[in-house]
Design a protein around this ligand. Structure first.
Ligand SMILES: Nc1ncnc2c1ncn2[C@@H]1O[C@H](COP(=O)(O)OP(=O)(O)OP(=O)(O)O)[C@@H](O)[C@H]1O
Ligand SMILES: [Mg+2]
Length: 459
């Protein structure tokens, strides 16, 4: 547990006395230190004095509840101060304890709070395990590149073999993982997701593989770990490239033996979960750089689903945008019906580095700003409004802004098509390729002869 107390003597006393009663206690002296501490470590409960130098315990409580809703906070209030006690509960405190208090009383309340926390975590896991029956239906896309993805999902869903989902950030990797689960024979089992980049190594290890009672401070009860909890279902290892090398070895062993060894234990525990992993990084180059084990890479990558970037999905951009718009408009009760042609053109021209997630955010904002029936250019983020064909060839020195050859080709071809007003024969002459090649490329970009010229100046 975490103890927030600005008086060092009182803090030391709490650490000692609660420690004697079997609690692992970390003491910090300010609200800011407490907020920083919960970012890096998982606590069963927080005990804080209301009166702290700087931010008060009440404010701290509010912020903790907002960030970590399942983390119970116990506030220590002054004796007889009913107003503060009420304020504490309003601020989302799980419990309050008037001064002076018996340490035994505090210990009992902390235990109760920790039990509540375990229960909340369980409920959250159960809830995450419920996959909306929509599954793959939520994935919108008609472009050939997406049709291939859907076909691939259907083909591999029923297999038990590990699947690696690759694709840029925001392309829908988690959506695919859920769709794979929902269409698998394990659909009735849990879907357990863990983000390998979000936790420090030691915590990730005990989350994944479990731990015995007393394996480390705070490990007051044994835990099975996510491999075991996902048994009968799917374990989704998100951001797998970020897994530290030491854990990669342990993961490889788990995949080979179908057992895990909890931290602090010398016993192997069997699990039965299907492994789906995802990354937005180029795992092969990480293997080449020695940052990712090649044997693990081959294990995880038995089957692969590669998601295309949104800019490679042609007019799917508008399909997804319209779908999102209808849903957002309905939810917010705003009578926005569609996208004005000029705004649609901007959406098609933009290169979407944040992919579908960026598009979703843009639509959310656009609906909020819209003053008419249709979303107009003015409702789009500045970045999208300002994106013009001058971005075709990048004048950048920053390696992060440089583009792959395919993308340069795509942009240049669209630029030429635009310059000749959509005349494909003329464009093919300029590009010195045959018309059929040009047509195939244009089709793969989602361009249709009826489409407006891309990036045309506003009318
Ligand atoms: N084809 C699609 N149709 C409709 N919505 C989609 C589609 N693909 C993704 N989305 C939505 O876009 C958002 C981002 O998707 P998701 O979280 O699955 O991406 P991700 O690849 O896991 O991203 P990151 O790499 O950032 O974790 C989600 O809200 C998701 O529902
Ligand atoms: Mg994701």
């Amino acid at each position: 547990m975490l103890c927030v107390e600005d008086d060092p003597a009182m803090g030391a006393l709490l650490v000692k006395e609660l420690g004697r009663r079997g609690f692992g206690v970390r003491h910090v002296r300010s609200a800011n230190d407490a907020l920083a501490a919960v970012e890096v470590e998982d606590y069963d409960a927080v005990v804080s004095d209301v009166r702290l130098g700087g931010m008060t315990g009440l404010e701290l409580c509010e912020r903790l509840v907002a960030r970590r809703p399942e983390l119970p906070v116990i506030l220590i209030t002054a004796f007889g101060d009913l107003d503060t006690a009420i304020a504490a509960i309003r601020a989302g405190a799980h419990d309050f304890l008037p001064k002076p208090f018996e340490l035994e009383e505090l210990a009992i309340r902390v235990t109760r709070a920790a039990e509540l926390r375990a229960l909340r975590a369980e409920v959250r896991r159960l809830r995450e395990g419920i996959v909306t029956p929509a599954g793959i239906e939520e994935m919108i896309g008609e472009h050939a590149t997406m049709q291939r993805v859907v076909a691939m999902i259907q083909r591999v869903a029923s297999s038990e073999a590990p699947v690696l989902i690759a694709g840029e950030t925001g392309t829908g990797k988690e959506l695919v993982a859920r769709a794979l689960h929902a269409r698998s024979p394990r659909a009735a089992g849990p879907f357990v997701a863990v983000n390998c980049a979000a936790l420090p190594e030691a915590l990730l290890e005990s989350e994944l593989f479990g731990h015995t009672k007393g394996a480390f401070t705070d490990a007051r009860a044994p835990r099975a770990g996510l491999f075991v909890e996902a048994s009968g279902g799917t374990l989704f290892l998100d951001e797998i490239a970020e897994m530290p090398l030491a854990l990669q070895a342990k993961l490889l062993r788990a995949l080979q033996e179908h057992t895990v060894r909890p931290v602090g234990s010398d016993r192997e525990v069997a699990f039965d979960a299907r492994i789906v992993s995802a990354t937005h990084r180029d795992l092969e180059s990480r293997v080449a750089d020695g940052e990712f084990r090649d044997d693990l890479y081959y294990r995880l990558n038995v089957l692969q689903v590669r998601l295309p970037a949104l800019r490679e999905r042609g007019s799917d951009v508008l399909l997804i945008a319209n779908h999102a718009l209808k849903r957002i408009a309905q939810r917010s009760g705003k009578p926005v019906r569609g996208i004005a042609p000029e705004a649609a053109r901007k959406l098609l021209a933009y290169d979407w580095p944040g992919n579908v997630r960026e598009l979703m955010n843009a639509m959310e904002r656009a609906v909020a700003l819209a003053e008419y029936d249709d979303v107009t250019v003015a409702d789009l983020p500045e970045k999208i409004q300002a994106f013009t064909r001058s971005h075709v060839l990048v004048a950048a020195d920053d390696p992060n802004e440089l583009l792959p050859l395919d993308e340069i080709e795509r942009r240049y071809i669209l630029r030429v098509i635009e310059a000749v007003g959509g005349n494909r024969t003329r464009a093919a002459e300029i590009l010195k390729v045959d018309r059929k090649t040009l047509y195939t490329k244009l089709k793969s970009y989602g361009w249709r002869p009826s489409d407006p010229p891309l990036g045309a100046p506003p009318t």
